[in-house]
Ligand binder design. Sequence first.
Ligand SMILES: Cc1cc2nc3c(=O)[nH]c(=O)nc-3n(C[C@H](O)[C@H](O)[C@H](O)COP(=O)(O)O)c2cc1C
Length: 175
Amino acid sequence: MPDRVLYLIGCAAPPVRDFSTLIPLVQSQGWQVCVIVTPAAASWVDADALAELTGYPAQSEARHPDETTGLPKADAVLLCPATFNTLNKWAAGISDNVALGVLNEAIGLRLPIWVAPYAKDTLAAHPAFSESLAKLEQWGVTVLANELVRPANKGEHVVWERLVACMDQSPSGQL
Ligand SMILES: Cc1cc2nc3c(=O)[nH]c(=O)nc-3n(C[C@H](O)[C@H](O)[C@H](O)COP(=O)(O)O)c2cc1C
């Protein structure tokens, strides 16, 4: 069976800098991975290294009307790390960058979507954060715990295996 295609969308929060660890783990579960990052996260990643790892260009900028995306169609989407900013914009239906455009279309296409929020306690306590997550859940998005990829103590590494295990277990994983 050909690999399923996962769009891995990253925002400007520290774990996006560790995609080179996450991607092989996801690939080992039978996913082809295509990376899209927000414009704010673009300078946080090594796009060439990610393209080499995935076989697809890592995208952050809107394409020119004459260009194609160069990516295969997605079977599912993983938004990780999901910032306070992008979560609130997405829940409001804002599409002002490529990552948000893909996320909004994924809702319309009813694709399986996992979200790993990544907000510090003060932002997670803002009412907009829980309202946005609740709205996304109502729309069928699988929202993972804020603590899942956010280490309890500063300086600890993200345990990516926990995230990959959740993708296998959650209802969105039944493709
Ligand atoms: C070093 C650094 C760490 C940050 N960590 C987080 C974070 O963990 N969670 C978060 O929501 N925003 C974090 N931010 C703020 C976001 O980068 C900022 O809100 C940005 O506009 C998000 O853009 P995006 O959602 O389009 O990626 C961080 C910013 C910096 C400079």
